[in-house]
Design a protein around this ligand. Sequence first.
Ligand code: ATP
Length: 472
Amino acid sequence: MAEKKELTMEELVAFTKRRGFIFPSSEIYGGFAAVYDYGTYGVELAKNIRALWWREMVQKNPDIVGIDSSIFMSPKVWEASGHVSGFSDPLAECKKCQTRSRVDHLLEEVGVFADEKMSDDEINELLIQNAGKVVCPKCGQKDFSSAKSFNLLVQSNLGDFTGKMDTPVYLRGETCQGIYINFKNVLDTARVKVPFGIAQIGKAFRNEITARQFIFRKREFEQMEMQYFVHPDNAADLYESWREKRWNFYVNILEIKEENLQWHEHENLVFYAKAAWDIEYKFPFGFKELEGIHNRGDYDLSTHAKHSGTKLEYRNPQTNEVFVPHVVETSVGVDRTFLAVLADSYTVETFEKEDNNGEKSEDVRTVLKLPKKLAPVKVAVFPLMKNKSELVTKAKEVFAELSESYMCEFDDNGNVGKRYRRQDEIGTPYCITIDFETLEDGTVTVRDRDTMHQQRIAIDDLKDYLRKELVK
Ligand code: ATP
C-alpha cells in the first residue's frame, strides 16, 4: 500500500467539515473569527481525548485529584495573577490590507525572538531593525503601524446592571488560576500530601490577535492542565520526571509518530519561571507548541496569598516544616491535541482490490488511522441489504447489543464497499456486516479498518473479540 505523504491545512480543514468533525461557528451568518464548533464525530473524538488525559493524569495517579472550577472568578484573581496588567501580545497592523498580526510571530518568521517582557518601545525597535524583512502574512506587504500591547483577557458584563462596567469581569484566560485559588480547599479535603497535583479540564478564552490558524488558535478553547505542588528542593527533579511522562503520553497513549514531536526550550523565561519547555508537534504549518511544561516556582501561590490575605502554605506532617510549595505545570489544549491526532492519522493510500471475478485493480482510500481508543465510532453495523427485513432486524439486534458498550453506527445506505470507505474516513476500527449466512449460522463478517482483512465471527463471540481488540 502506498501512502501520500504531505497533508495541507486546506485539505485537513475541508476534510473536517465534510466528515462532520469541525464546523466554523455561526457559519450561516458568515462565520465568526477563530471560533469553531465540534460536529458529530468531532465531539466524540474530543471526548475520547479528554477521557484518556484524565485516565492517565487523575485515575492512574493516586497523588493527583481533579476539580472543575468556574469560568467566572472574582476579577481580583486576574489582578493578582498579573493578567489584567500584563497578559498581552504586541499587535501591529499592515498599512496596506489592515490585517492585524502578532509582532512576536512576524519576527519569529525571520528568526528574531522577542522577549515576553519587552515594552512596546523595545518591540517597535525590533520591528524597525527588521523592516524590509518582516512581511504581512495576508498580502506580503512590509509596512506596519507601530506595535501596541493588546490585552488578551475577554471581558464580560456579568452582574453589571448599570452598564458602566466599573469593575470588569473576565472569562478565564487559563484554567490554572481556578486550581491555585482552590489549593487550600483541596489540601483541606482531599487527604493529599506534597507532592500532589490538581488537574482540570475546561474552557478558556483569549482575545487572540491572529485568527488564521484553524483550531490551533481559537478565541474559545479548552485546556487540560495539571498543577503539581512540590517541595522547592524537589522541584527540578520532579519537573524532569513530568517532562518525560508527558512525552510518553503522546508517544505511547496517543500513539503520535515520534518523528512528528520535538522539544523546544523557551529562550526567554518570565521572571518567576525556573524552566519552560514545550512539546511541539509538526502541524501542516510547521512545528508549533502543543503542550507547555513549566517549573513556575512559588510565584502563583505566593501572589494569591499576598493579594487575598489567605495563607497558601503546606505543613509537612512529619517534620512540621512549613513552606510555600513550588508548582510544576503541564498544560495542553484539547483542540491542539485534536488537530495533532487528526493530522497524524490522516492517510490517503493506494491499495489493490479484487472484484468478485478475481480481477485486480488499484483503488485509493482516505483512512483515519486513529488509535482505536480515540476512534469516534468503534463499530459500524451494516445489514447487507436494506430491503431485506430479516437482515435489518438482525443488524438492529447486533447494534443494540454492542451499543451498550461502544459508540456504534448503524448504516444501511448504498453498497457495502461505499459504507466501508465512509467508516474508513472517520476512523472506525471495525465494520460488521449481517448477511444471509448470518441468518443460517449466526456468524457475521468483521472487517478491519487498517488491514481491510475480513473474517467471520459468531455473534456470540463478538463482545469478547471487540473487548480484546479495542483496548489495544
Ligand atoms: P501560544 O504561544 O501558541 O499562544 P501559549 O504559550 O500562550 O501558546 P499557554 O498559555 O502556555 O499557551 O497555554 C497552554 C496550552 O493551551 C498551549 O500549549 C495550547 O495547547 C493551549 N492553547 C493556548 N492558547 C490557545 C488557543 N488560543 N487556542 C487553542 N489552544 C490554545
